[in-house]
Design a protein around this ligand. Structure first.
Ligand code: AMP
Length: 566
């Protein structure tokens, strides 16, 4: 029996894409508009129907109150993102997008899909990774694997040039910056180290240009925030134009007045200097952790839409003393890599020999107290798993009770590199019950495991308990509870979808298309007719008419079903 099809999804800040492993290679699939990239934008039309991808993107500036973009930046936070009168979490908006991507893949493949690999920025923390998994769950997807974005791109590149080599993948997308250092040998793609910045991407360059525009025309500041979406759109246009031209202009009509700007490369360079400077540190850290020198690298690979900026390319060339390579399409490399990983998950023979090893770019540990001048001072970070160790990794530590008759031990978990926990990301805490004994008599073995997905699992066992128990981290800021997930599922199901996008109608449209493919001559023309009638009914959005026509179409297609089934 053929392995169940798994899809690879690049859930990007700006655009998303889906790839599948077919005929011995990763291929991007086209969405229902025939495009390989789907804008990561979700909105509502004036009748309250969901708009996803391109149709939502076109309304970003005209209907900002009904449209949301770049919501990936809020993954794993409690930010309430507004669509009209309703608010959504980033997970929910991502789920709406993922559901669309899944449906597009189903139409393209002609089969239903349940399993997926989804890529995440390497620098996403535990809470953000769980948020992506939850978004998948809300979209009806079984997320088999989370794959770091630069690792995905590196995998796609490694397959393209399957030879011994060392390279650095420099991935600057819309909202995040990731760097990975790769050592490739004998079919092994080994990620030696990753680093990055989750708050740095192409959108920040647009924002910097937007600030420059406001400084040029300070009177416009009084019109904020109303004018901001249009201004940002113009800033984005300037940025894209300056990737091809030495000078570009923008204009905006606001309250019957025309506002004009002209920007050249030098001005762009000047206003983005702070952002460009932030690219260096993650590169240096990744090289340091990989124990590679700049000279040892065979090449530097550019990935992510924002690496199209000449400014970024020049900065990379200066930093590495050589021109970077851009063999892979910057917008498609991550999805293609996800497609390769999907093939690996399906245990396809063509990728059977490839071994991929990955790392987590940050350290993980707990809060401890230290003795200082005879008293205990709290707030210090004790790393348990150091950054850039291979996944999966498992480490344990033993702690003891410090007070007589202590009944619980509170473990606060952090992720980061700071000496003090206040400089790191708080992941949550755990209260571990212990039997009341004299101080120091109860010892606890705490085991931290980073899974292949980069998720944290914790097991705990005290010296009087026979078995280790798996612990759930509590009080995790920004994490959805099971109850919240159930509510969200209901909320997403209740959202109005255009009749064309609803499952029962999509299934019938798909059946009709399949029959059109297999039949010939008069029968084919007849099916074409039947489907046109159905499409007209769907376009009318009249539920009674749709239900009536759907029943007739269903009966009509059933006569041919044997031949139409794939
Ligand atoms: P990604 O998340 O990889 O799709 O990258 C999206 C980011 O790339 C956005 O911030 C875009 O504005 C930026 N981008 C795409 N094309 C260009 C271009 N030609 N010049 C400058 N930035 C670009």
């Amino acid at each position: 029996m053929a392995a169940k099809q798994v899809i690879g999804i690049d859930l990007g800040t700006t655009n998303s894409a889906v790839a599948v492993w077919q005929d011995g290679k990763a291929q991007l699939i086209a969405n229902k508009y025939g495009a390989r990239l789907t804008p990561s934008v979700v909105g509502l039309d004036d009748a309250g129907h969901l708009l996803i991808g391109q149709p939502a993107h076109t309304r970003l500036t005209t209907h900002p109150h009904l449209t949301q973009a770049s919501f990936k930046r809020y993954m794993g936070s409690e930010a309430a993102l507004r669509l009209g009168t309703q608010t959504f979490r980033a997970e929910e908006l991502s789920a709406i997008l993922l559901r669309q991507l899944k449906e597009d893949a189903e139409s393209w493949l002609g089969q239903s899909i349940t399993d997926a690999v989804i890529t995440v920025p390497a620098y996403f923390n535990d809470v953000q990774r769980r948020a992506v998994k939850n978004a998948g769950k809300l979209a009806g997807l079984n997320v088999l694997r989370l794959l770091n974005e630069p690792t995905a791109a590196s995998l796609a590149f490694g397959l393209l040039e399957n030879r011994e080599q060392k390279y650095l993948t420099f991935d600057l997308g819309g909202g995040t910056f990731d760097v990975s250092v790769i050592d490739m040998f004998e079919g092994v793609v080994e990620v030696r180290a990753s680093s990055g910045d989750v708050q740095l991407g192409g959108d920040d360059f647009s924002e910097a240009i937007c600030q420059w525009m406001l400084n040029q025309q300070p009177e416009l500041k009084a019109a904020l925030p109303a004018v901001k979406p249009i201004l940002l759109e113009q800033a984005e246009r300037l940025k894209l134009a300056l990737s091809n031209l030495p000078e570009a202009s923008a204009e905006l009509i606001w309250q019957d007045r025309r506002w004009c700007w002209s920007m050249n490369e030098e001005q762009l360079d000047h206003c983005c200097q702070t952002l460009i400077a932030r690219l260096q540190q993650p590169v240096m850290q990744a090289l340091h952790d990989a124990r590679f020198s700049l000279q040892e690298l065979d090449h530097v690979l550019l990935v992510g839409g924002a690496t199209r900026m000449p400014l970024v390319r020049q900065a990379v060339a200066r930093l590495f003393g050589r021109f970077p390579r851009h063999d892979l399409h910057p917008d498609e490399a991550v999805a293609l890599g996800a497609g390769v990983q999907a093939g690996m998950v399906m245990e396809d023979a063509a990728v059977e020999e490839i071994i991929l090893t990955d790392v987590m770019p940050f350290s993980l540990g707990v809060e401890t107290a230290k003795e200082s001048y005879g008293r205990l001072e709290e707030g210090f970070f004790l790393p348990l798993i150091e950054r850039n160790t291979w996944l999966p990794v498992s480490k344990s530590k033993t702690v003891s009770t410090v007070a007589d008759n202590q009944t619980c031990v509170l473990l606060k978990i952090y992720q980061g590199e700071g000496r003090r926990v206040k400089d790191n990301v708080y992941l949550g805490e755990m209260n571990i019950e212990v039997p009341p004994r004299k101080a120091g008599e109860v010892s606890l073995d705490i085991r931290f495991t980073y899974t292949l997905d980069g998720l944290l699992e914790i097991e705990c066992q005290h010296n009087e308990s026979p078995n280790a128990s798996r612990m759930v981290i509590e009080k995790v800021p920004g994490q959805m509870s099971q109850e919240l997930i159930e509510q969200s599922l209901q909320k997403l199901n209740d959202l109005k979808r255009h009749p064309r996008d609803r499952q029962e109608n999509r299934d019938l449209l798909l059946r009709g298309s399949r029959l059109f493919e297999v039949l010939l001559g008069e029968e084919r023309a007849w099916i074409d007719n039947v489907m046109s009638v159905f499409e007209q009914a769907l376009a009318s959005q009249d539920e009674r008419r749709i239900a009536d026509v759907r029943q007739k179409v269903y009966e009509a297609l059933s006569q041919f079903d044997e031949r139409g089934s794939k």
